[in-house]
Design a protein around this ligand. Structure first.
Ligand SMILES: Cc1cc2nc3c(=O)[nH]c(=O)nc-3n(C[C@H](O)[C@H](O)[C@H](O)COP(=O)(O)O)c2cc1C
Length: 208
């Protein structure tokens, strides 16, 4: 069985996907569960993910991604969209969900909710949006590792126009804004990037 290092060496930021190959729904379900299991600050999961498969929409997204072909050719496009705000109501709902899913009295977690709300209220809107985006990036990392384990190719991408993605996918209406995406599918045999050696700082430089 491959180790996590085998998987991370196998994966690469796929530049050209095979547009004729579709990822199976069972594999995609594993990726969705992995994203949902990613760690987030306080557990708030302040982002949502659109998974786009419709070719007409993928073509529109490609145009809004500087014509990067991955967005049209990959079978599933995971679009991570950060919540623009963090409200007291959202935290209250999260606390109710915590009590339900752990089958514990609401009163036993209300203090935790108050603590979270206190922490949030000390920050301005810009901080909150950036904080929410950071949580989405942790989930992106989890997705990349999970995809590699499934032997699915992926490409993390920031090279797109968030405002256009928001409009195409109706994210703004939901209080969300796209921050990072991951086309997922199968690499094209013609993708030269799969043969490139990994370029990384030596461990002795990375670790202080
Ligand atoms: C946040 C982020 C944004 C990226 N944006 C793009 C992008 O828009 N287009 C692209 O082809 N690659 C993009 N990449 C891929 C990186 O260039 C790639 O991960 C890096 O060069 C390391 O190579 P490897 O992932 O193949 O090991 C992005 C990677 C990350 C993590």
């Amino acid at each position: 069985m491959p180790t996590i290092l085998d998987n991370l060496n196998w994966r690469y930021a796929t530049k050209k996907f095979d547009a004729t190959k579709q990822a199976g729904e069972a594999d995609i379900s594993v990726l969705k569960q992995a994203v949902n299991l990613a760690a987030t600050s306080f557990g708030l999961q302040p982002f949502r993910v659109a998974v786009v498969t419709d070719q007409a929409i993928k073509d529109k997204l490609k145009a809004a991604a500087y014509d990067q072909t991955q967005v049209a050719d990959a079978s599933h496009i995971f679009v991570f969209a950060a919540k623009k705000t963090m409200s007291a109501e959202y935290v209250d709902d999260f606390i109710k969900m915590t009590a339900q899913q752990r089958a514990i009295p609401l009163e036993s977690v209300e203090g935790y909710g108050e603590y979270i709300k206190g922490s949030i209220s000390s920050h301005d809107d810009e901080f909150i949006l950036n904080w929410n985006k950071r949580q989405a990036y942790i989930a992106l990392g989890t997705l990349l590792a999970a995809a590699a384990e499934q032997r699915l190719d992926a490409c993390p991408m920031e090279g797109f126009e968030p405002a256009k993605f928001d409009e195409i996918l109706g994210l703004a209406d939901k209080g969300l804004t796209a921050c990072v995406i991951a086309p997922v599918g199968y690499r094209s045999e013609e993708d030269h990037a799969q043969n490139y050696a990994k370029v990384r700082f030596p461990l002795g430089e990375m670790f202080l």
